[in-house]
Design a protein around this ligand. Structure first.
Ligand SMILES: [Zn+2]
Length: 321
């Protein structure tokens, strides 16, 4: 793998990593507003972009990188799921590109994203204030660094929201879609929904490369409350049967199938902790501290652990009731 850098056109919000001839990961640079990872695939006669980051500015850098690396503009754009850090840059690619996702992801984007942006506009000033107050009193160097990055990330996002036009997919599929280019075939799959109600991934069978979207995380806490943890574990189990050399997670560095295993273990760990907590009388309302074991204790956005645990405890209680 080589890292592209040094050119005057080098993007700031993503780091481009070459995975194979014509296949590149675009890894989000923390604090720059991109937040989620993306990918670029050259089909020989068309250029595909997988996921479009969290701001139009970052997506413009992704679009420019795709054009520079493949010699043509992207005409195929895939959204792995409806979350803003994977779809907000869609507008940069239209007109000119087809936006592809599952039918369910299209429904979720149209029904939930506009409301989410309105809510974030209302809530971001208070969130930023809280983060800045915590930074002012935080003594631990690592915690300070993470807080600084979260503040920068949220500032970029807050600046971007007024310019974001929700741009839903115009081409949808159910379980599977194949895109046959001149030099390679791209497989898009959805095994259902685990991280959200519908999650899709991109698979290159010849190269054994997978762009996982948020079905896989590494070094970042997975976000559970928009999905179904049990289904997520089932989906990862199905994916683990694929032949894989390289996996690009939705958040974190390029890796191999390890990120799938770790994401499954994270969910199973939280379920096990929830059982123990419920037995000692802890409820979704009273949970404060989640003792996440190694290696997850060093993963970023530790605050997600508490929201995740509240969600898992709530589901557990609903099932029991
Ligand atoms: Zn997501």
């Amino acid at each position: 793998m080589t890292v592209e850098s040094g050119s005057s056109a080098a993007p700031e919000s993503i780091l481009i990593e070459r995975l194979a001839e014509g296949v590149y990961a675009a890894i989000a640079v923390p604090g720059q507003g991109s937040l989620g990872n993306a990918g670029i695939v050259d089909l020989g006669d068309q250029t595909l972009v997988f996921d479009t980051l969290r701001t139009p500015r970052a997506a413009m850098e992704l679009s420019a990188a795709a054009e520079r690396l493949t010699g043509r503009r992207a005409t195929l754009v895939v959204n792995s799921h409806w979350h803003d850090d994977h779809v907000a840059g869609n507008q940069v690619f239209v007109p000119g590109a087809s936006i592809i996702a599952t039918e369910m992801t299209r429904d979720l984007m149209t029904s939930r994203l506009v409301a989410e942006y309105a809510q974030d506009v209302a809530e971001l000033p208070a969130i930023l204030q809280t983060l800045e107050k915590r930074l002012a009193v935080e003594g631990d160097e690592r915690a300070r660094e993470e807080l600084g990055l979260r503040i920068a990330e949220n500032r970029r996002y807050a600046e971007a929201i007024p310019s974001i036009r929700v741009t839903p997919p115009d081409l949808t599929f159910g379980r599977e879609m194949r895109l046959h280019g001149k030099t390679r075939t791209v497989e898009l799959w959805s095994y259902g929904g685990g991280h959200t109600t519908s999650d899709a991934f991109l698979y290159l069978a010849d190269e054994r490369i997978m762009f996982a979207g948020d079905l896989a995380f590494l070094d970042y806490h997975p976000w559970l409350p928009d999905g179904d943890p049990g289904e997520w574990v089932r989906i990862i189990g199905e994916i683990e049967r694929l032949s894989l050399n390289t996996v690009v997670p939705g958040h974190g560095p390029v890796t191999d199938r390890r990120c799938l295993t770790l994401t499954r273990e994270y969910i199973e760990t939280l379920e096990r902790l929830a059982d123990e907590m419920a037995r000692s009388g802890i409820t979704p309302e009273t949970v404060t501290d989640v003792p996440v074991p190694t290696p997850f204790d060093t993963w970023s956005v530790a605050q997600f652990a508490q929201a995740n645990m509240r969600f898992v405890l709530e589901r557990r209680r609903n099932r029991a009731g």
